[in-house]
Design a protein around this ligand. Structure first.
Ligand code: PGA
Length: 249
């Protein structure tokens, strides 16, 4: 069966020393969990967190460049992320798509590039409130999945983590109900089934993201197809994040 994966997206928060202190505490708190735990700090903290030698918590980045190297001022490459000990990278977060013009094509390029360099992509998809109200959620999300997975082999596809994050639920305190979230995630899995077959689709971990808190994680994880969470605000405090990781207690 699929191992649950809980990832924290710190966004643009925490200095290096704050990040180190948070991870020191967090790694202790989640030691005994059998869930995969990932923290995605700002780029500047990656190297110090890698040097901490955490035994349970894995490191991820929040973004990477579509190019391997070259004249791309301000960008960070896939090999730089591998070099500082990253195992995961978030790709196509809605904030990247909405605020920085990231397209489905860029998401696909980055996903292929990450996989080629043994970095595991956490590919984000999700609809706006307007799209949800217009009844477009499923078609939009299916389209985002098809484009993100374009040209990925079965072997590559099964390494991808998908994060379904309804944009209206991010940082707003509004969560999709666990049943609503699961319904979209089932549609995502059906799409992956159509593209890659049942064996692959059943292996792919699909997270829910959007105002996940210690109080609502239990209900979300009880759903048939939700395999974890991508957590923003509630991943900043180690105690809160650990409470989410320990959802089954
Ligand atoms: P939130 O963010 O948990 O603060 O809603 C989730 C995300 O953006 O991944």
């Amino acid at each position: 069966m699929r191992t649950p994966i809980i990832a924290g997206n710190w966004k643009m928060h925490k200095t290096v020393s704050e990040a180190v202190e948070t991870c020191r505490v967090l790694d202790q708190l989640v030691q005994d969990s059998n869930v995969e735990v990932v923290v995605c700090p700002p780029f500047t903290a990656l190297s110090a967190l890698s040097a901490l030698g955490m035994s349970k918590v894995k490191l991820g980045a929040q973004n990477m460049c579509t190019e391997v190297s070259g004249a791309y001022t301000g960008e960070i490459s896939v090999s730089m992320l591998r070099d500082v000990g990253c195992q995961y990278v978030i790709i196509g977060h809605s904030e990247r798509r909405e605020l920085f013009g990231e397209t489905d094509e860029m998401v696909n390029t980055k996903t292929l590039l990450a996989l080629k360099h043994d970095l595991l992509p956490i590919v984000c998809v999700g609809e706006t409130l307007t799209q949800r109200k217009a009844g477009e959620t499923e078609s939009l999300v299916v389209g985002q999945i098809e484009k993100a997975f374009a040209n990925l082999s079965c072997e590559q596809a099964q390494k991808v983590v998908v994060a379904y994050e309804p944009i209206w639920a991010i940082g707003t305190g509004e969560t999709a109900s666990s049943v609503e979230a699961n319904a979209v995630i089932v549609t995502i899995r059906q799409t992956l089934d159509r593209l890659y077959g049942t064996d692959v689709a059943q292996q792919i971990q699909i997270q829910y993201g959007g105002s996940v808190k210690p109080a609502n994680i239990g209900e979300l994880m009880e759903q048939s197809d939700i395999d974890g969470a991508l957590v923003g605000g509630a991943s900043l405090l180690p105690e809160d994040f650990a409470a989410i990781v320990h959802y089954h207690r």
